[in-house]
Design a protein around this ligand. Structure first.
Ligand SMILES: C[S@@+](CC[C@H](N)C(=O)[O-])C[C@H]1O[C@@H](n2cnc3c(N)ncnc32)[C@H](O)[C@@H]1O
Length: 189
């Protein structure tokens, strides 16, 4: 069985006892989360590494590691039950090299201050402007956020974001959901 199917099987099983994905809409949400992860992967190519802030059930970070195992992927998640799930998924799927930080964005920022990660990606997490920091150069090429219209507007007006190249893409199949890609100046778009 492919890793993608094995991950879905594990999610389905563990979702019965841990709240990872809404149980009522599980069957329709899952294909959407996969297609969104693929869209992010394609939109950021070429790149070698990313960090996913607030990975939850593993989307988009763990899904991207399955789709593109050669990428360096770091997952950041503060909730212990979700982190334990992500660790079980890593070991049962043999996703060697997948890095998991148990903690929030600030812990990642501190731990990876000397690292060079191409993109920071985040979806379903509030107050994303806090992730755009310049006091530590660890995010080299830019940011990719999945978010609604209001937050896209707010981020585009943010003083730090104004210095960068931005691209807004509509997420297919979802009204009012967008991919906001913020590229640092030296990045070719
Ligand atoms: C709504 S869930 C989204 C999960 C997943 N990204 C998705 O879209 O399916 C948000 C997740 O972000 C985590 N989170 C919230 N604030 C965070 C922060 N400051 N740093 C890292 N993770 C955070 C929560 O624990 C939660 O699992």
């Amino acid at each position: 069985m492919e890793k993608k199917e094995r991950f879905e099987q594990l999610l389905r099983k563990e979702n019965k006892r841990i709240n990872l994905i809404s149980r009522r809409s599980f069957n329709s949400t899952l294909p959407f989360l996969w297609s969104l992860s693929e869209l992010i992967l394609q939109s950021l190519e070429p790149f070698t590494s990313l960090v996913d802030i607030g990975s939850g059930a593993g989307f988009p970070g763990l899904a991207i590691k399955i789709l593109a195992p050669e990428k360096r992927v770091v997952l950041v998640e503060p909730r212990k039950k979700k982190v334990d799930f992500l660790r079980r998924a890593r070991s049962s799927l043999g996703l060697e090299g997948l890095e998991i930080v148990e903690g929030d964005f600030l812990l990642f920022h501190k731990k990876y201050c000397q690292a060079r990660i191409d993109y920071l990606v985040s979806m379903g997490v509030k107050k994303k402007e806090g992730f755009i920091r310049e006091d530590c150069g660890n995010i080299v090429r830019g940011y990719c956020f999945v978010t609604g219209e209001d937050e896209v507007g707010r981020l585009l007006n943010h003083r730090k974001v104004k210095k960068y190249n931005t691209e807004v893409r509509k997420v297919p199949g979802r009204d009012l959901l967008y991919l906001l890609i913020i590229r640092k100046p030296w990045e070719k778009s």
